[in-house]
Write a protein that binds this ligand. Structure first.
Ligand code: BTN
Length: 265
């Protein structure tokens, strides 16, 4: 288990009904998302969490690798929502909102969400989210919500050159190490709270809260996905979680998947 987390005190203090009531800890694993999938296939219940001190094959979106040294918070939550597959995109917003709110409340950081799944501080990525699911027809058997937070390490020491300028960590932003146990517990509590709002009040509640952190809205951006790359003004995120961009040729574009890059004007 991550050296800074004690399984006993963690469970005693955790104020959740479902999330984290069952936690699997390990020192090292390939990817907590892959481990969580194995647990889900074996029947792990809704809210089960897999957490590791380091990942040797951490995965990011779009097939990228995710560097996961000791000192970070790397975990995956198994959810069994009564959703249709297309609705699981909502979980990305639940997770990035939870991270943005908790990092702001615990450490006073000015966090921003960047569509679709990043949390930034001072324009640099501090957290990423990878959701995956297993389906049978229109039934979601399980969804995996993988969350990584760059916490107690220096990106300059660990990340390759090309990632250093666009990444940051809690240690760099706050100037000291944080309690991983407190962070992990707070994130699970907030995730459960927002997930319950999603189920009871609907996606608009989550999305409107998420937009409070969405500093990229109203900015000139470049959108890149497998099919194309174009520039425009980020206008909004619609009720299905798609990004709306007024492209430079004046057309309104609705983006389902891709990356948003900021443009320096
Ligand atoms: C991204 O920004 O591209 C998503 C990164 C997601 C990283 C987390 S760390 C815990 C979980 N396990 C993984 O292999 N990936 C996610």
């Amino acid at each position: 288990m991550p050296a800074q987390i004690s399984a006993d005190s963690f469970q005693d203090d955790l104020q959740t009904k479902r999330l984290g009531r069952n936690v699997f800890f390990t020192r090292e694993v390939g990817s907590t998302n892959d481990w969580a999938k194995e647990l889900a296939v074996l029947g792990a219940r809704d809210g089960t969490v897999a957490i590791a001190e380091t990942q040797t094959a951490g995965r990011g979106r779009l097939g990228r690798s995710w560097i996961s040294p000791s000192g970070g918070l790397w975990f995956s939550v198994i959810l069994r929502p009564m959703f249709k597959p297309a609705e699981t995109v909502k979980l990305v917003f639940v997770a990035s909102l939870a991270v943005a709110e908790v990092l702001h409340e615990l450490y006073g950081l000015k966090t921003e969400t960047k569509w679709p799944n990043d949390v930034l501080v001072n324009g640099r990525k501090i957290s990423g989210i990878l959701t995956e699911m297993n389906t049978t027809g229109e039934t979601v058997n399980y969804a995996i919500l993988g969350i990584g937070v760059n916490a107690n390490f220096d990106v300059e020491e660990v990340f390759p050159e090309e990632l250093r300028a666009v990444s940051t960590s809690l240690k760099a932003e706050i100037g000291k190490e944080v309690s991983l146990e407190e962070l992990f517990r707070s994130l699970l509590e907030r995730l459960e709270d927002i997930y319950e709002h999603l189920l009871c009040d609907g996606f608009l509640h989550v999305l409107n809260r998420w937009k409070n952190f969405a500093g990229f809205l109203g900015r000139q951006v470049e959108v890149a996905n497998r099919a194309e790359r174009f520039c425009g003004l980020a206008l909004d995120v619609d009720n299905e979680g798609c990004l709306l961009v007024r492209s430079e040729d004046g057309t309104l574009r609705r983006v389902i998947a891709g990356d948003v890059l900021f443009r320096v004007m």
